[in-house]
Design a protein around this ligand. Structure first.
Ligand SMILES: [Zn+2]
Length: 104
């Protein structure tokens, strides 16, 4: 089964429903970082699974996000390797962002 089809399974849809029903995952993780409470509607892989079966199904690697965050922030992350999401002070929240890297 190819990775695209993992999303198209009863197992995935059930797992998503259960995951987002958990109060810990009910709000968009990315919006919360900037102090906004937005209901999460999508399960996002914190670390892109890139077709890795175990990483895909590992709920430790899941977070609930809203649709705008999923399409915007994650696309930036995939292109640049880090999230452009910023907190209320305008500082990037992703530890992988260059601003958060210690100087070598
Ligand atoms: Zn959001």
């Amino acid at each position: 089964m190819t990775e695209k089809r993992w999303y198209d399974t009863t197992r995935w849809r059930r797992a998503v429903k259960t995951f987002l029903a958990d109060p810990d995952n009910a709000l968009c993780a990315l919006c919360q970082k900037i102090g906004r409470d937005t209901p999460a509607t999508i399960v996002d892989h914190k670390q892109p699974h890139k077709g890795d079966y175990d990483l895909f199904w590992n709920q430790e690697n899941w977070q609930g996000v809203c649709a705008p965050c999923h399409s915007a922030a994650k696309r930036m992350q995939e292109i640049h390797g880090y999230s452009q999401a910023a907190d209320l002070d305008g500082l990037p929240v992703d530890p992988g962002h260059p601003w958060n890297q210690k100087e070598k």
